[in-house]
Design a binder for this molecule. Structure first.
Ligand code: HEC
Ligand SMILES: [Cu+2]
Length: 338
């Protein structure tokens, strides 16, 4: 095969590969497999519109192909009758699309209003966007957490959202559409998951260097597990670590290396008011960190504490020039924050 042809085929196969990625099963960001009533409402509307569009496509293309063949020029065939300026035809193909659009508008507007309404008996959770992670507050329980939004399954949740810095956008494809997080203004979004499961979230608005790493998880738990989770989150962090243990050493590093300037661990370093970094009180309970860009394990934490900006360019967590030993101790300490 000559070089030029090879590249042509390579591009084509890349394109096909790209299309095939859309067919992955159980893709976590698939908005076509809704897992709750709000996402399902959107999905229903999508399919209704889609099938109407498919109908229009085949009728229009059919008429086009028919005309091309039926009226094609042939020896001895007279010119077909010209219909330019035919009032009845012009009116027909203007009125039919108007009727189709009007028919689609009714369920569309109804869905928009349905999705915006505050559901009865909803759990209220605040979502605050930061460059580049999501913070969650439960005003009814006095809980502050980050990255993993924990909700009760089969229960409506009302998110009240804003941004701490620039525009962000909260998107959990399997649970609802996108909604902006705006500095100085509140926006609202309803979520509900049918059953206990884990969902992926992503910031949907370009918000700076590490926008692509501003992700999240939504964990829906059954009622009992959710209550246990709430009760555990309300507790302060355990302060009584075994004397001389690596974790205790890590706590000392935490208190002395400047971490407390930005982070809060309830009961260990209580500060009133907001901090610019994720609350770490129950850090070990979360399976991801740094805007869900990383799985919460020793290897990733080592990389993160050694040089955060290498993982998330532009991050506001500085490189604190920690020694290997300090990092090891810190990780042991973070592991006690259940
Ligand atoms: C100047 C502020 C600042 C200081 C000081 C700081 N951090 Fe951070 N830290 C942040 C910010 C901001 C994030 C969130 C970064 C992101 O996800 O983009 C973060 C994230 C983290 C995370 C991940 C938390 C999560 O749930 O995503 C851990 C763990 C962490 N920091 C530990 C530490 C430790 C330990 C120290 C002290 C050695 C420290 N940080 C010092 C600002 C700071
Ligand atoms: Cu963002």
């Amino acid at each position: 095969m000559n070089k030029k042809r090879f590249f042509k085929y390579k591009n084509l196969s890349l394109l096909i590969l790209l299309f095939l990625t859309a067919c992955i099963e159980n893709a976590p960001m698939d908005s076509l497999s809704p897992a709750g009533p709000y996402a399902r409402q959107i999905d229903d509307l999508f399919w209704l519109t889609f099938w109407i569009a498919v109908g229009v496509f085949f009728i229009v293309q059919g008429a086009l192909i028919f005309s091309v063949f039926y009226f094609r020029d042939m020896p001895g065939k007279p010119e077909p009758k010209q219909i330019h300026g035919n009032n009845i035809l012009e009116l027909t193909w203007t009125i039919i699309p108007i009727l189709i659009l009007a028919a689609i508008a009714v369920p569309t507007v109804r869905t928009i209003f349905d999705l915006a309404r505050e559901p009865e008996g909803a759990l209220k959770i605040e979502v605050i966007g930061h460059q580049w992670w999501f913070e969650y507050k439960y005003p009814d329980y006095g809980i502050t957490t980050a990255n993993v939004l924990v909700i009760p399954a089969d229960t409506p949740v009302r998110l009240e959202m804003w941004s701490n810095d620039v525009l962000h956008n909260y998107w959990v494809p399997k649970l609802n559409g996108k909604r902006y997080l705006v500095p100085g203004q509140k926006t609202y979004l309803n979520l509900q998951a049918d059953s206990p499961d884990e969902f992926w979230a992503q910031c949907g608005e370009y918000c700076g260097l590490s926008h692509s790493k501003m992700r999240g998880r939504v964990l829906s738990l059954n009622q009992k597990d959710f209550e246990n989770w709430v009760n555990n989150q309300k507790l302060n962090a355990n302060k009584d670590l075994a004397e001389g243990s690596l974790a205790e050493e890590g706590q000392q590093v935490y208190l002395n290396a400047g971490c407390t300037q930005c982070h809060v661990i309830n009961g260990v370093w209580d500060v009133q008011g907001d901090r610019i970094a994720p609350n770490l009180t129950h850090f070990a309970n979360r399976n991801v960190f740094a805007g869900a860009a990383l799985k919460n394990n020793k290897e990733n934490l080592t990389k993160w504490l050694a040089n955060p900006a290498e993982i998330k360019p532009g991050t506001f967590m500085p490189n604190l020039e920690l020694t290997e030993k300090e990092i090891e101790a810190l990780i042991a300490y973070l592991g006690t924050l259940k």
